[in-house]
Design a protein around this ligand. Structure first.
Ligand code: MV4
Length: 520
């Protein structure tokens, strides 16, 4: 086993990986940029090294500096987390060349999955269902029109080097195709330096469901169940859950077996995720494979009882998977809310700044993976994900109730967060019924704003008086404020307003303010 691991990342995922290392008796090496000197991952690691200015291109993306730190610190392996260098095959190769183990798949697997057309070719060869379309770049608008006529409109144009929606165009008719292809190609060229664009039949309002896989370096591959990731905005996931409300045991097994086939066709090792698009008839199609640990891995950990980061490290150290497919059992339901430093009342604009007060929930069925602490300054330079709040229960309703309770206890002051958004989504009738697809959140935001304007009552959990429950939670939050800072009720903008010099100076309406703040 490794004695020391470098974590080439920051934020909650760096903290999560440090926790796993600590549990395994492995020393940790953090790296940090200028604006992350006081970040939580730096404080929690055994050693920390400065790697450059705030822009990621000059710090967290600098292969030379990170490998330099690995050498200086004597780290034998690097965990890349997600984002940054995690899916960069060149970085994985540079690690191998430097004699440092990259905790993830081989550069070969990463390259295969990095090109969407290449991945489609390989998957077709392996007999994996892909969305009807081409597995090569279009050579002319005429070819595009021909293929579209065959598979039928609407069609989706996609950048081969893409992912995340860049260079993607939905085309409804022949008339639109030529100009859509031109603009997709030029966007792909601008974004990825590669203009290759291919075509697929468009699945209308699909669900996005993904399957977790693990593969060791001895040929063993297992699948660990799906995650429903349809609640997203601008290709940014907001809520994920396991299991998916629409996947039954038979569909799960079929999806899992396809995902294992995908991994085997790519000679895949370590943790990976196979993404599927699911249509209304519950047909599922391979979309892409993410060759990293994902943000939403905790919902799989809670429903399988496995620690994915421990297993990633053991696999990278050359160990065999310590269980077989038939040993994997899924139990209960987990839902994750991604807490972002953004303002839901101002078009989800980033909201960096100092966290002046932080009250964090825990308790039955609650897991919180966080990269923040009270007094810390949230930098504007990176992804605004602050923390993940995950509710677990014996069934979906219990997971939802626990999350609602915990969200009501969560107070982040000084900056704006999207916590209030979750409280409202978790009360939405379609959400409660599991009626989700990739268009859900945009529809809900349009509808929700109307509701807000007309002050329509929010739908409730069956059997729970929501107003009562929320008021009770707000009263508790208010009580906590009284104990922690009796002279400082929360201001309307979430900042602390100094009101006087002692408890007697507290205005009579401060509790009311505390309540409205907690209900915000
Ligand atoms: C699609 C699709 C419908 N039909 N492909 C968006 C990101 C990229 N990785 C794939 N995406 C989509 N591909 C076909 N043939 C709809 C989407 C899509 C989507 C997929 C997953 C999660 C959220 C999404 C939001 C909008 C569109």
């Amino acid at each position: 086993m490794f004695k020391k691991i470098l974590i080439a990342n920051r934020g909650e995922i760096a903290v999560r990986i440090i926790a796993a290392c600590r549990e395994m008796g492995i020393a940790t090496v953090a790296v940090y940029s200028d604006v992350d000197r006081a970040a939580l991952h730096v404080r929690k690691s055994d050693e920390a090294y400065f790697i450059g200015p705030a822009p990621a291109a000059e710090s967290y993306l600098r292969t030379d500096r990170i490998l330099g730190v690995a050498k200086r610190s004597g780290a034998e392996a690097i965990h890349p987390g997600y984002g940054f260098l995690s899916e960069n095959a060149t970085f994985a190769q540079a690690c191998a060349d430097a004699g440092v183990k990259f905790i993830g798949p081989t550069p070969h697997s990463m390259e295969m999955m990095g090109s969407k057309t290449r991945a489609r070719q390989e998957m077709e060869k392996a007999g994996v269902p892909v969305v009807p379309g081409t597995s090569r770049g279009l050579v002319s608008p005429e070819e595009g029109e021909e293929v579209a006529a065959r598979i039928g409109y609407p069609v989706m144009l996609k950048a081969a080097a893409g992912g995340g929606g860049k260079g993607m165009r939905l085309v409804h008719s022949r008339e639109e195709l030529r100009s859509a292809l031109e603009s997709a190609q030029s966007e792909a060229q601008r974004s990825f330096g590669d203009s290759e664009v291919y075509i697929e039949k468009a699945i209308v309002n699909p669900r996005h469901i993904e399957m977790q896989v693990l593969a060791d370096e001895h040929g063993n591959t297992v699948w660990l169940g799906e995650r429903e990731c349809s609640i997203q905005r601008r290709h940014q996931k907001v809520i994920e859950e396991a299991p998916s409300p629409i996947v039954d045991p038979d569909m799960r097994r079929r999806m899992g077996e396809v995902a294992a086939k995908v991994a085997q066709a790519a000679n895949y090792t370590n943790a990976g995720t196979v993404e599927f698009l699911v249509d209304r008839e519950k047909n599922f199609y391979f979309l892409e494979m993410n060759t990293r640990l994902q943000v939403e891995h905790p919902v799989t950990e809670l429903t399988t009882g496995l620690d994915l980061v421990h297993l990633q490290i053991r696999i990278a150290a050359g160990e065999k998977l310590p269980f077989r497919q038939s040993d994997v059992e899924m139990r209960g339901h987990a839902i994750e809310c991604r807490v972002y430093a953004e303002d839901p009342d101002n078009n989800y604009f980033p909201s960096p700044g100092k966290i002046t007060l932080l009250l964090e929930p825990s308790g039955p069925g609650i897991r919180r993976d966080s990269g923040m602490y009270e007094g810390w300054n949230v930098p504007v330079d990176y992804d605004p994900l602050l923390a993940k709040l995950i509710g677990y229960g014996s069934d979906r309703q219990q997971a939802i109730m626990r999350l609602q309770r915990a969200l009501g206890e969560y107070l982040v002051a000084g900056i704006k967060t999207n916590i209030s958004l979750f409280q409202r989504i978790l009360g939405d009738a379609d959400f409660l019924e599991g009626k989700l697809d990739t268009g859900y959140l945009d529809r809900w935001l349009a509808k929700g704003n109307q509701n807000l304007a007309s002050r329509a009552p929010e739908p409730r959990l069956p059997g729970v008086e929501k107003t009562e429950a929320l008021e009770a939670v707000a009263a508790i939050a208010g009580g906590l404020f009284a104990v922690l800072d009796p002279v400082s009720p929360v201001g309307k903008n979430g900042s602390i307003v100094r009101m006087g010099s002692g408890p007697t100076a507290v205005p009579s309406n401060w509790k009311q303010k505390g309540r409205s703040e907690a209900l915000r």
